[in-house]
Ligand binder design. Structure first.
Ligand code: S3P
Length: 417
């Protein structure tokens, strides 16, 4: 796909719906026997449809259509072979959810990218709870449901998926499970389980859950995904005279690191019409071209982990050295996003180098472009590359643009309209 330089970007748009919240709203309702619930304004994308299909195979009746996903009759009834596609969230959360289903067995596989992603991080804590999971450290997983006991677990990696897997297993475990986190990762699971009636206690440093509580289904209206909005923010903030208003963006504080970084780079960010729902939302307007290099690292990383490739693109537009550190997790996303981002920047004429846990970008204040880049099947790399080419002098050619279907199927329509 040819991506020409974008000369103007002034738009008001609805935010694409949140992937993390949609996965959870579908999975947590569909796991409850006999549950009926509606997920309004869901993200319909390859990843979330992987979750829907897995829950159907497990025995839930689910309808998709009319900007809703309806759970008609929830329940985990079947032994099943499950295809998690490209979705780490589907596989890791299901591993927790299914481990305690005594007498049942499950096989979880995925595509080539997911098959290269680490699973020891979930298999190990679930094993401590008594789970019986066969796994080489990478997918597939073969799970034989077993009785589980609560654990006290200090998270070695900062990962909401791992935390969520443990909390879902804890629902079926005897006693109390406590998960300690040095930095809080996204907390959509805790919020949704609390709304469903789980016996859950959340503090800044840990989450405790008592097994065995009876949960009730909840109707969920899904907020916008700040990780998708980030690409639109970047288009506006990377261009003189650019401006975008994205409506109904989820502003859960565990997700809003991008706003802090945009401000630090010199962009103007206005937050209006805040709502105070379980997942708070707001309309966010970004304007004013970025210009100041930044150092991004430490506790902010889990709050913007998925936005780092597009943040790196913006650093190229700020004259001077920017650093991204403490982000080694990027290596085990849908692709090695440290290597992929540095390659993308270099291909487009930006000086950049990899470090052990991030990258250094030597911004010249502009991106030359005029080259070809491949998404390598990673949705966020496809969109980061498209943003970089759009903001460049010469544009570029993007191979593998369709990878965006995982989280933002109509992204390129916005770009070309
Ligand atoms: C997600 C958590 C993050 C994030 C991913 C979605 C979630 O992964 O990168 O896109 O929905 O829980 P980790 O938990 O592995 O950091």
């Amino acid at each position: 796909m040819e991506i020409p330089p974008l000369r103007k970007f002034e738009k008001t748009l609805q935010c694409k719906s949140d992937k993390s919240v949609t996965h959870r709203a579908v999975m947590f309702n569909a796991m409850l026997t006999g549950a009926r619930a509606t997920v309004e304004n869901p993200l319909i994308s390859e990843d979330t449809l992987s979750t829907v299909e897995c829950m159907r195979r497990l025995g839930a009746r689910i309808e998709v259509g009319g900007n809703e996903i309806r759970i008609i009759n929830g329940g985990i009834r079947n032994n099943a072979e499950l295809d998690c596609g490209n979705s780490g969230t589907t596989m890791r959360l299901l591993a927790g959810l299914l481990s305690g289903r005594v007498g049942k067995s499950f096989y979880l596989g995925g595509d080539a990218s997911l098959s290269a992603r680490p699973m020891k991080r979930v298999v190990e804590p679930l094993g401590k709870m008594g789970a019986k999971i066969e796994c080489s450290g990478f997918p597939p997983l073969s799970i034989s449901g077993a009785p589980l006991v609560g654990i006290d677990y200090e998270m070695p990696v900062k990962s909401a998926q791992v935390k969520s897997a443990i909390l879902l297993a804890a629902l079926n475990a005897s006693g109390v499970t406590t998960v300690h986190e040095s930095t809080k990762s996204r907390d959509h699971t805790e919020k949704m389980l609390a709304a469903m009636g789980a016996d859950i206690t959340v503090t800044d440093a840990c989450v405790s859950i008592v097994g065995g509580a009876k949960l009730s289904p909840v109707n969920v209206r899904v907020c916008g995904d700040i990780s998708s909005a980030a690409f639109l923010f970047a288009l506006a903030a990377g261009m003189r005279g650019g401006r975008v208003t994205v409506k109904n963006v989820g502003i859960n504080p565990t997700r809003t690191g991008i706003i802090d970084v945009l401000k630090a780079m010199g962009a103007d960010v206005e937050i209006e019409n805040r709502t105070d729902k379980v997942e708070p939302t707001a309309d966010i307007t970004v304007s004013g071209r970025v210009r100041k290099p930044v150092a991004v690292g430490g506790n902010i990383i889990p709050r913007l982990i998925d936005e780092l490739p597009v943040i790196a693109v913006l650093t190229a537009l700020c004259e001077g050295e920017s650093v991204i550190k403490d982000a080694a997790e990027l290596k085990v996303k849908e692709s090695d996003r440290i290597a992929a981002t540095v390659k993308l920047l270099k291909d487009l004429g930006v000086e950049a180098e990899q470090t052990d846990d991030g990258m250094r970008v030597f911004g010249k204040g502009y991106i030359e472009g005029g080259a070809c880049a491949d998404s390598m099947g990673d949705h966020r790399m496809a969109m980061a590359a498209a943003v970089a080419m759009s903001l460049s002098e010469k544009g570029g050619t993007l191979v593998g643009a369709q990878a965006c279907a995982v989280s933002y199927p109509d992204f390129f329509e916005i770009l070309t309209q």
